[in-house]
Design a protein. Structure first.
Length: 44
């Protein structure tokens, strides 16, 4: 947040909205969703 010069609350809000759009409840589910859609590089 400091690097982007935004508050932690702004980051939390963005993350919450991304989760809602993906239909997930946590980061683990978000990563699994991204992997299943081919959005992550192979072998990582």
């Amino acid at each position: 947040a400091a690097t982007l010069v935004i508050s932690e609350n702004t980051v939390k809000t963005h993350i919450r909205r991304i989760f809602k759009k993906l239909g997930v409840n946590n980061r683990t589910q978000a990563v699994a969703q991204a992997a299943s859609q081919g959005l992550l590089p192979a072998n990582q």
